[in-house]
Design a protein around this ligand. Sequence first.
Ligand SMILES: Cc1cc2nc3c(=O)[nH]c(=O)nc-3n(C[C@H](O)[C@H](O)[C@H](O)COP(=O)(O)OP(=O)(O)OC[C@H]3O[C@@H](n4cnc5c(N)ncnc54)[C@H](O)[C@@H]3O)c2cc1C
Length: 245
Amino acid sequence: MQFSRRWWEESPLLERGGASYTDRPTRRVIYPSYGIGKSSGTIIVSYTTSQDALRLGSLAGGKGTHAEERLKDVILKDLADMHHGIVSVETLRSLLVDYDVWSWYNHENSAGAFAEFAPAQFRDLYPKVTTPPGGILHFGGEATSVHHAWVLGALNSAYRCVKEILLSDIRRKELIAKLEELWGLDSELTTELVTNQVIVGQNPSEFKFVFKPTGSLDGVKVQPRIPKRLAMLLLIGHHSDPDSG
Ligand SMILES: Cc1cc2nc3c(=O)[nH]c(=O)nc-3n(C[C@H](O)[C@H](O)[C@H](O)COP(=O)(O)OP(=O)(O)OC[C@H]3O[C@@H](n4cnc5c(N)ncnc54)[C@H](O)[C@@H]3O)c2cc1C
């Protein structure tokens, strides 16, 4: 919400950056740490996730709709209650310049904000989404990383995908050293584990996944049912044609 006065910076609040939390529907208010002291300002008045986001998001009907007017009322009331005795709903309404609502669930290309695995999904799902089927289909994105909801997860997964592609092609293997030199060693899966995942992707019936939490992030282990040396031969054999992918 944009307000004509930065009321949150005034005494006694002195909110200059940071966030407030509440058990009301609004959940989280995030104050800007830039533009301090200027006249007008914009704050994230409600940052919600999971079921809270679904509930508030159901009121995101577009500006001027009855639903969104109700949403605005809920937020302004929560803001006033959170800053009880300092700013009233009426004052907030008079200071309000504009607002924007964004519901990640309602957007056709996101259908949600980010991944958040339920219990056991790191054991059951993570090894599968980090396996390239046939060694040619590579899944990237923060959902395929251990760092859900962070740009770091997206970057790590991109790094893994590049490594998978290089490992899948015998003629490009020397580029792995260059990748590691330029971008460092990945913090999620070691080269050995990525290699195993590529092998599993190429020969799904020959291998099984074994998850052994190690206390570190690289807890995914893949156990071949056939000797490792034969597995390496299979890997090389599959990619004798570098254009097959
Ligand atoms: C509200 C919010 C706050 C966040 N805050 C932070 C933060 O403070 N710090 C941080 O590090 N991370 C934050 N994140 C997480 C971070 O933004 C994501 O983890 C990261 O952007 C994910 O990158 P990605 O490339 O995996 O996916 P995305 O950035 O989601 O990219 C996927 C792309 O695919 C497109 N797409 C989807 N389907 C199709 C289709 N069928 N055809 C064509 N295109 C399609 C989408 O439009 C999108 O552009 C936040 C995320 C949200 C939602």
